[in-house]
Design a protein around this ligand. Sequence first.
Ligand SMILES: [Ca+2]
Ligand SMILES: [Ca+2]
Ligand SMILES: [Ca+2]
Length: 467
Amino acid sequence: MRRTSLRAIGVLTAAFTVAGLATALPAYAATGPNIKVTAKAQEGRWLPGDAIPIEVTVANIGDTTASQVRGYAHRESGGYFIVDETSWGDLRSQDGATYAPGESRTYTTKGSVYTLNEGNPVLDIEVSGPGEADYSDNHSRITVGLLSPDTTDRVAGVLYGDRNEDGKLSPGEGLAGAEARVSGPGPSGYLTAITDAEGRFSFDAVPVGPSIYWHFEKIPDGWVTAYPPSLRLDGSGQNTALESRAIRPLTDSLSAKIALDKTTYAVGETATATVTLTNVGAREVAGIYAGCDPGGYERGLEVPAAQWGAFSYVNKAGKIAPGQSVVLKVAGTVPARAGAFGETGLDCWFDNDNSLSSGPYAYQNAKVPGARADARGQIWYDKNGNYRFDTGEGAANTTVALSTTDKKLVSLAKTDANGFLTFPNVAVGTYRFSILGPWRINESDATVDVIAPPYNPGQWTKHVVPR
Ligand SMILES: [Ca+2]
Ligand SMILES: [Ca+2]
Ligand SMILES: [Ca+2]
C-alpha cells in the first residue's frame, strides 16, 4: 500500500526527490498520543428544540496511549447551539477518555437550537488530550443545517361531528362553517380557515415550528371538540389528513337543577340542597360527578364528598337511564366567608370524563344577612394620563351615593381632599354608586362589594372622568 502510493505521488510530481518525501512525513516519525477527530452533523428538517445528532469519530493514530482526552464544541458563527453535556460520554467524564494506539470510537453527541432565525450554527468540534504529537487534526468544523425560517408547511384535514358515536369519521359527518385556527404570524397570532360543506379545511402555508397549536372556533349547532395535540410542522407535509372529532354536548342529554331548603341562612347552619339531574336523551349517561364551586369563591355550602354518593368527584359513577331523573339530597354547612360576603349557595357542574367539559351547570344562591362593614375607597381622576394615581388626582369634596342594586338609597358620603370616602357600617353585599359631583364613572365600574373583615380586600378605588 505504502509503495503504491509513493509510486503514485512520484508519477504526479516528478520533481519530488527521495529526501523531499522523507521530510514530508513528520507525523509518522513523531511518537506519542495522537488523537484525530472527524465530525458530521446529521442532516434533517431540524427545528428549535430538536435533539440534533452530531457523529464524532475519535481515533488515536499515535503510537502511545492517549489519556485525559476531552471533547468540546465551540460555536464559530450562526445560532446558539446547546450541546447536551451527557451525550459526550467519557469525553466529558471526570478523568477524560483513554485511547490505546489504533483505537477508534464514535460518539453521537446531541444539541439543539432555540431559533431558526440566527442561521446555521457552525461549530468547531475539538477533541484532545495532553502531550499530543500533532494538534492539526484535533479539530473538525461542522455546519448544523437547520430549516430556513421562511419554510412553510401545508395543514389540512376534516372536522366531523361523530353523530353515530363510533369514534371515527363516517359518511355525512363533516361539519361545515366552523373556523379552524392554526397558530401563526400576524397580530392575532393565528391563521383561520372555514370548513367547507364536507367539513374540510386547509392552510397552504403555515410557518414551521416544533409545536403549532390548532383548534376550532364557532362550531355550529353546539358540537364540542377537544384541544388536539399540537403539530410539528417541518415542511414535510405530514399534517394534511388531520381528523378532528366533535361530539354532542352533554347538555343535550343531561339537565341539572339545584334548590335550597331556605332562602336565608346563618353562618354555621346546615343547609340542604335538592339536586335534580334528568336524562332527557335517548341513551344512558354514566360516569357523572358533581364539581362544585368551580369559580373557587369558597362562599358556597361546604358539602362533604360522601354526600354525593356515586355522583361525588371521587367516585365519578353517577348513572341515569334515558328519560329518568335522579334526585340527590346533599347537606352542607354555611362557611364563615359566606357571612362576610352576605351570600352563600351551591353551584356545580355535572360532567363526566368523556364530555369534553360540556355538562350542565346549575346554581342556587341564598342570603347570609347580618354582617356590616365600613366601605372605604377612593375616587380619582388620571389627570396626567399615566394610568397611575398621583398626588392631587383625588376627586375632592365630591358627594357619592350608595344604593342597592334595585336603586334604593343606602348611604351618602363626601370625599376628602384626596378623594377618600367611607360609607360607615353598611350591610355586606353588592351596591351601586353614583357620583353627584362633576364626575362621571363608567357604568360597568359603578358597583362595589361591601365585604366584612377579615375577607375585606381593603379599600376600593374607582376611576372617574369629568362630565
Ligand atoms: Ca492529533
Ligand atoms: Ca362516526
Ligand atoms: Ca396619574
